[in-house]
Design a binder for this molecule. Structure first.
Ligand SMILES: Cc1ncc(COP(=O)(O)O)c(C=O)c1O
Length: 381
């Protein structure tokens, strides 16, 4: 794990310098967030979920920083994501949640990458392959997500196969569907189902060393009894949307800022953007920003969102274009072409924080940062 050092780093060296649109990611706060989550789960290993390019934050620098700070492993959704980590020198344990393709087994085995077992059918297909290509397996129990894993009732019929794969069974996992809910009722039901599944396996003499059910919300709320590891994603990125998150010390780590490409005074009646959905009611100053829906800044934010500058918030007006959006500035604004305005703020109370933006869009923070396109330059500090 020694080569996996965090570095000040740009993900897109072809576009050096500040760049028109930059997502700045605070790797020290990322690591601080991991420590906050660890405090809620003392003694448990941390499997850092870095799928989907670390929820848009950049998988390689994020994974390097977390592994260098002691994370026990990494989780991704696809084998391609795991191979990308290996290509960049990350030697840490990696678990792929959901790759059931037979051709993935030899590759995963050769690269020391573990695979989640997502169904009884998957298990059947794995047996002959795993004998030839030994790979670590994490048996997934469907404890209430209803979309992946074994039903506890299916385990009996699968026991013979599971016994045959025993040397390869490295973990048993489940996944909370609603660990955020204040009453914790669904999580408690899922926990019971998980314990029943574990008991079933243990009665049959199967006791894989790793047991992990909790995501960030489950981790922070202590829904981890009997587990050996947690699998945290959103909490690492400081975007866990539950009341316990801020007091625990979790803080957002990403800020998106765009260059002002034009700041101009316009007369009353000036329309802005496709469809002229906004028209200046009186003479106004407009700032054009180099960010649009192709960057992942949703068109559904048209006429609804805010840009920040030195503590102030300025409304975005007109339809968000593919590469451009426009903010209205006060008459005496000092903002000029070349200045930068914030489109996603790191401060949760700002109207353009990631979580406020998600609320405007009727979605969750995960989707807002996952949407950030590759052409958005990531900078790390
Ligand atoms: C199987 C699995 N485990 C853990 C996580 C991490 O969840 P969170 O980002 O809510 O911490 C995810 C994320 O979707 C997941 O799919």
């Amino acid at each position: 794990m020694s080569p996996d050092r965090p570095q000040a780093h740009e993900s897109n060296p072809g576009q050096a310098g500040e760049g028109p649109l930059v997502a700045r990611v605070d790797l020290s706060q990322l690591v601080a967030n991991m420590h906050c989550l660890r405090r809620a789960a003392p003694g448990l290993g941390m499997l850092a979920v870095v799928k989907a390019d670390a929820y848009g934050h950049g998988a390689i620098p994020v994974a390097r920083a977390l592994i260098a700070a002691g994370a026990e492993g990494l989780c991704v959704a696809t084998l391609a994501e795991a191979l990308e980590l290996r290509r960049h020198g990350l030697q840490a344990p990696i678990l792929v949640f959901g790759d059931r393709r037979p051709e993935s087994v030899p590759v995963a085995a050769a690269q020391g990458i573990d695979l989640g077992v997502v169904s009884a059918e998957h298990l059947r297909h794995l047996l002959p392959l795993v004998v030839q290509h030994p790979v670590g397996l994490h048996l997934k129990l469907d404890t209430g997500m209803g979309n992946s894993g074994f039903q506890v009732g299916e385990l009996g019929a699968a026991m013979e196969l599971l016994q045959a794969l025993r040397p390869h069974l490295r973990g048993v996992m489940g996944h909370y569907s609603d660990a955020e809910a204040p009453d914790g009722r669904i999580a408690a039901n899922q926990r019971q189902t998980f314990q029943a599944g574990l008991a079933r396996l243990r009665e049959a003499g199967l006791a894989p060393p790793m047991v992990h059910h909790a995501n960030s919300a489950g981790c922070l709320r202590g829904f981890t009894e009997g587990d050996t590891h947690v699998r945290c994603g959103i909490g690492l990125y400081g975007l866990l949307d539950i009341p316990q998150a801020a007091p625990a010390g979790l803080r957002p780590i990403l800020e998106l800022s765009a260059e002002v490409t034009r700041a101009v005074r316009v007369p009353a009646g000036t329309p802005v953007g496709y469809g002229s959905t906004w028209v200046a009611p009186h003479p106004m100053t407009l700032a054009t920003l180099a960010c649009g829906y192709a960057d992942g800044f949703s068109r559904a934010l048209s006429n609804r969102a805010w840009a920040g500058f030195e503590g102030g918030s300025y409304p975005l007006v007109g339809t968000v274009s593919m590469d451009v959006v426009v903010a209205v500035l006060p008459e005496d604004s000092p903002i000029r072409a070349g200045d930068r305005m914030t489109l996603l703020s790191r401060h949760p109370q700002d109207p353009n924080s990631v979580l406020q933006t998600a609320r405007l869009l009727g979605t969750i923070g995960y989707e807002v940062t996952c949407a950030l396109h590759r052409r958005v330059i990531r900078q790390y500090f």
